[in-house]
Design a protein around this ligand. Sequence first.
Ligand code: CP
Length: 301
Amino acid sequence: MRHVIESQQFDRKSIDGLFAVADALEKKKDASMKGKIMASLFYEPSTRTRFSFESAMLRLGGNVITTENAKEFSSVSKGETLEDSIRVVNGYVDVIVLRHDEEGSSKRASLVSDVPVINAGDGSGQHPTQALLDLYTIRRELGKIDGLRIAFVGDLKHGRTIRSLSYLLGKYRNITIWFVSPKGLRVGEDIKEYLGRHDVSYSETEDLDAVVPEVDVLYQTRIQKERFKNAKEYSRFKGCYKIDMAVVKRMKRKSIIMHPLPRVDEIATEVDASPKAVYFKQARYGLLIRMALLKLVVGKK
Ligand code: CP
């Protein structure tokens, strides 16, 4: 695997291999990126993805160069195209981690890049490394993925993490998905079409209460303020679903709450102390998965 652009690139075998590397990295030090340099090019804000990728590279003995606000602090502000920036950075590094506000930007970057490009989120497109760490979290916390019953909740129109995770779940057996959202924030037709083709049972509803006792995973998402045309449009949906202890008490005994984070107000902080709340653990698992991904794409060059 050269570039990591979308979840569809992965199959069960490659996912199992990646998870095995992540498991091993938790137990044993690894300096296989010594002498390698990673560029993190972030055109959109990030806490988890940027820091975990940078920490991953440093923990593997490599080095990092970075721009956290590429629109302002790189030559894009002077009118340089993404393609030209990627061509130039190619001469300095061994791998590029790219976050961009435009869907398809990582694919564009990969077409002009000799070094691997890793998609760290492209607008409302995909966030494949988040999906891999989400799947890893499910396997670690619940012990298996086949047979999973999961509800995606919130802004499913703009949420790239649920798009990427849906594609990965299509590789597994006997999966049931509920897409819980207001009508105006429904998941894209492309995802539903893909799930249909892969025999994944899914349904759409606005009724979170009815779904809560059914699921192994309640995957809550943020209403993505930055993707709305204006504040009025956003305010129509703000606060539409909130997970609090009343919701948690109605969940199955062995079930978990996930969230890609950042959280705004869609999970009450009182829930954080519940053993079902695994979202901060989920962010920590991201470090292992991103270390494993760097080994996969850079290590074999
Ligand atoms: N989950 C996620 O992508 O978080 P950041 O935006 O902080 O990277």
